[in-house]
Design a protein around this ligand. Structure first.
Ligand code: BGP
Length: 467
């Protein structure tokens, strides 16, 4: 069968500043640098974000590779700490030059830049003020965004306020995989709330600047969310409720304020019952209402399988959302045995239909999807490149469901793979490889296209594939 995608469909990949740029001596300290300094052993192989893929120095070579892959779009983020080493104040001109050159080079090669303002890399000076737990930092973030729009808004058409804002909340305040590495749901809720407020502020600012002709007239602003469809074990009302609660905490907590401009009442009442509502300021409601995004990036890796809670929770344990439900280890679920995440491609379709039916069918694209593989060098073939048929099958399967969603009327306009090239991934460092391009840590970060890259290049050229 032929799977051909709409004209102008985005084919590309996403990366993030901290994960690829390196050149850490040419930017301010981030939470990741500090955390690595404090606890290097918690990072896979004891590797920190100092060099990563050295994109800062090799972006021209990497854009050549993107061209070879027939990309027509590419997402990266701006490192706040590279523009403002302390989060505000004096600007680092070298950083400005880097992003100017990068953006120009992408456009010169007909690759549409999609630019995120924040992808997990909080400047340490801002974290010292409380990170997004503090409204002061929200204001500094808005100032930083304004400068980005002024500097690059004449060329960049697609802006993203945050990448996966739920993840720093989960990582930093619930499950110990981001700094500040605490378990405190109430604080996490404040961070989540302030992050949504920061997004709304920046969306409003962008809309104002556009109305004043200060950025491109055809520019758009959106957000990238990691959405994990929540499937109940059964249709029993208790299981259905459990799945709904997981959905409220992990999806609707950002989807609703950012796309609908208001929080779901059920989530508010669950939090109110536990005395966990965040501190709000006057005018916030209106801010959220007006600050809705114009497009959505949807990162998809795996679904959530949920059932009613059957095992009692230790009464002394600090509250976590899953005290209200339980994860369900569904027999027979398909696993990515190289990374430990479930593979369930239909999750893309179900989520896209949900967005169409319940969120006004706003423009949406797959902003990350991919298959992490541990120790991938073992799949290198005699010709010297990684033979990753598993990844080709993975992408193909997801693209088929995407195609079906488009047939059903979903407003899907692109597919970005996670990721362009193997990169440093937070605590996992270089453990899981995701790229179309291998980065050889043993050989001066040499780039080599994987088999999936050769495959994708055809798909992008033909705007689809036959299968
Ligand atoms: C997403 C993040 C990416 C990337 C990816 C893979 O949540 O947006 O930044 O890290 O996950 O994650 P990992 O390397 O942990 O498998």
């Amino acid at each position: 069968m032929k799977y051909i995608f709409p004209e102008g469909f985005w084919w590309g990949a996403a990366v993030s500043a901290l994960q690829v740029e390196g050149a850490s001596d040419k930017r301010g300290e981030t939470t990741w640098d500090r955390w690595f300094k404090l606890e290097p052993n918690r990072f896979f192989d004891g590797v920190g974000p100092k060099v990563t893929s050295d994109f800062y120095n090799r972006y021209e070579e990497d854009i050549e590779l993107m061209k070879e892959l027939n990309f027509n779009s590419f997402r990266t983020s701006i490192s706040w700490a590279r523009l403002f080493p302390k989060g505000f104040g004096e600007i680092n001109q070298e950083g400005v030059d880097f992003y100017n050159n990068l953006i120009d080079k992408l456009i010169e090669n007909n690759i549409e830049p999609v630019i995120a303002l924040f992808h997990f890399d909080m400047p340490m000076a801002m974290m010292d003020l409380g990170g997004f737990e503090s409204r002061e930092v929200v204001n500094y973030y808005e100032e930083y965004a304004k400068i980005c729009f002024e500097l690059f808004g004449d060329r960049v058409k697609h802006w993203v306020t945050h990448n996966e804002p739920i993840v720093p909340v989960e990582g930093g305040y619930l499950y110990n995989f981001h700094y500040p590495d605490v378990v405190d749901c109430k604080r996490g809720i404040q961070v989540a709330y302030n992050t949504a407020i920061s997004s709304a502020k920046v969306v409003n600012l962008y809309k104002e600047m556009r109305a004043e002709g200060k950025v491109r007239e055809d520019g758009r602003i959106g957000i990238v969310l990691s959405l994990t469809p929540s499937y109940p074990r059964s249709n029993n009302s208790a299981d259905l409720k459990a799945a709904r609660i997981a959905d409220l905490f992990f999806n609707k907590s950002f989807l609703d304020p950012c796309v609908k401009g208001a929080y779901p009442e059920e989530l508010v009442s669950i939090l109110a019952d536990r005395n966990m509502l965040p501190v709000v300021e006057e005018g916030d409601k209106n801010l959220l209402k007006e600050g809705v995004v114009e497009f959505l990036g949807f990162n998809y890796y795996f679904p959530r399988r949920v059932k009613v809670r059957e095992n009692a929770v230790n009464a002394k344990a600090p509250f976590l959302p899953e005290h209200l439900f339980e994860y369900y280890d569904m027999p027979g679920k398909r696993m990515n045995r190289y990374r430990g995440w479930e593979i369930y491609a239909k999750g893309t379709f179900d989520t896209l239909i949900n967005i169409k039916d319940n969120y006004g069918n706003l423009p949406i694209f797959i902003s990350e999807n991919g298959m992490g593989v541990e120790d991938e060098a073992r799949f290198r073939n005699k010709k010297g490149y990684i033979d990753d048929d598993y990844r080709i099958n993975f992408v193909k399967e997801h693209l088929k469901w995407l195609h079906k969603a488009i047939e059903e009327g979903c407003n899907v306009n692109g597919y970005h793979m996670w990721t362009l090239m193997d990169n440093w991934s937070w605590m996992n460092a270089y453990k899981n490889r995701y790229g179309f391009i291998e980065v050889d840590l043993e050989d001066d970060l040499k780039r080599t296209m994987k088999k999936s890259g050769y495959w994708f290049k055809e798909v992008a050229q033909n705007n689809g594939f036959n299968d």
